[in-house]
Design a protein around this ligand. Structure first.
Ligand SMILES: [Mg+2]
Length: 249
């Protein structure tokens, strides 16, 4: 039965050369397991880090915090964007009006042009814990719908309400007619919480941050003993073993 593994990139898939080499060898033997990544990076930034780290080519790249989905083409090299997904998340998204509203917010700095996407506005907001709440109320007052995500106390992303890593994975799962128990997701930090919460077979690698392992909404997750990509392999093995165990009557 086909299965889908979706990994966050930074510090989940990457972060250790030894782990990624083991992952690449393991991945070669896993013909029925489709490998995908879900990241806050843009497509080009994701491709460049994957190449730099000698990671296998994912079948699917969910980039820019779930606002873009790319499928690997049959040539095994190039990726094509899924425009149906773009159309789906575009509903209710008014990028220009949101950009205008952001001019009212003090002490935020736009990120590099490459990080500004059709369905994502990105800023730096250093050390201000109330910034997300202020932006949400500002947008609400203007009747604008958007998700506001502040991560690592520094990065600020504004996205369409329908877009997230988890929503993008659910979209792919349905396209491929996979059940929820054919999907594994793996992450390490705060920007993976929504994705880890959405799926029953979720893996937290040992080198996690943002206190993921003590969150009650992630109590169903498997916390690996191993770090980085080796933790991902361990997590997949854990859930497979559990699924093959006979249930007690
Ligand atoms: Mg990460």
């Amino acid at each position: 039965m086909p299965q889908l593994l979706v990994c966050d990139i930074d510090n989940t898939l990457t972060g250790s050369d030894i782990c990624i080499r083991a992952f690449t060898r393991w991945h070669k033997r896993e013909a029925a397991l489709d490998f995908a990544v879900a990241t806050g990076r843009s497509l080009h930034s994701a491709l460049s880090i994957l190449e730099q780290q000698n990671a296998p080519n994912p079948k699917v790249i969910i980039s820019s915090v779930g606002t873009e989905i790319y499928f690997l083409q049959d040539n095994g090299v190039t990726y094509r964007r899924d425009d149906d997904w773009s159309r789906l998340i575009a509903r209710g998204w008014n990028r220009q009006a949101i950009a205008d509203a952001m001019e009212d917010i003090a002490a935020i700095v736009p990120q590099a042009p490459l990080e500004q996407r059709k369905y994502k506005l990105s800023y730096f907001a250093e050390g201000d814990t109330t910034v997300a709440a202020r932006i949400r109320s500002n947008l609400r007052a203007r009747g604008l719908a958007a998700s506001v995500i502040h991560s690592h106390g520094r990065y600020l992303d504004i996205l369409p309400v329908r877009a997230s890593k988890g929503a993008a994975i659910t979209y792919i799962r349905k396209l491929r007619a996979l059940s929820e128990d054919a999907v594994f997701v793996a992450g390490d930090s705060g920007n993976d919480i929504e994705m880890l919460r959405t799926f029953p077979q979720s893996i937290i690698v040992a080198n996690y941050s943002d206190a993921l392992a003590s969150r009650s909404d992630l109590a169903h997750s498997y916390v690996a003993r191993r770090s980085h990509a080796l933790g991902v392999i361990e997590g997949v093995a854990h859930f497979r073993q559990r699924a093959s165990r006979p249930t007690l009557q």
